[in-house]
Design a protein around this ligand. Structure first.
Ligand code: RTP
Ligand code: MG
Length: 141
């Protein structure tokens, strides 16, 4: 399997719950390396641009409101099959449907406050990583 990079966000609900380290530990235990990371507070423009694909959806306003409600940790994960592996570790979008032991099953409250984001394809990963990180902020090991 190819070594990939994917964008991960620890969302405001998980930051508020003080489980940043627990979530990062799951990535590391699954063989993914954190090769870039920063904590930031998104504004409407930055969050809306990130989720632009959903701008016509009914939940868009709530999504942007939630993502700007507190700080987030944005990070780049690197490893074999990183994109799918991260999505598997996160579980389904709705925590009620997320498999036991996944990040969303264990830490998320609702489909809005669902603890984590992960890129859904190679194309999304490339766009999303560049959206938050300059090339010289990513440190492969
Ligand atoms: P994410 O992009 O945050 O990793 O989540 P995802 O791929 O699992 O889900 P996506 O379809 O991309 O939706 C982005 C976020 O929008 C909220 N959402 N709400 N009320 C709804 O029907 C609904 N659908 C999606 C979720 O918070 C989801 O994470
Ligand atoms: Mg998505």
């Amino acid at each position: 399997m190819a070594v990939e990079r994917t964008l991960s966000i620890i969302k405001p609900d998980a930051v508020a719950k003080n489980v940043i380290g627990e979530i990062q530990s799951r990535f590391e235990k699954a063989g993914l390396q954190i090769v870039a990371a920063k904590m930031i507070k998104l504004d409407d423009e930055k969050a809306g641009g990130f989720y632009a694909e959903h701008s016509e959806r009914g939940f868009f306003k709530d999504l942007v409101g939630f993502m700007t409600s507190g700080p987030v940790v944005v990070q780049v994960l690197e490893g074999e099959g990183a994109i799918a592996k991260n999505r598997d570790l996160m579980g389904a979008t709705n925590p009620k449907e997320a498999a036991p032991g996944t990040i969303r099953a264990d830490f998320a409250e609702s489909i809005d406050a669902n603890a984590a984001h992960g890129s859904d394809s190679a194309e999304s990963a490339a766009r999303e990583i560049a959206y938050f990180f300059a090339a010289d902020e990513i440190c492969s090991r």
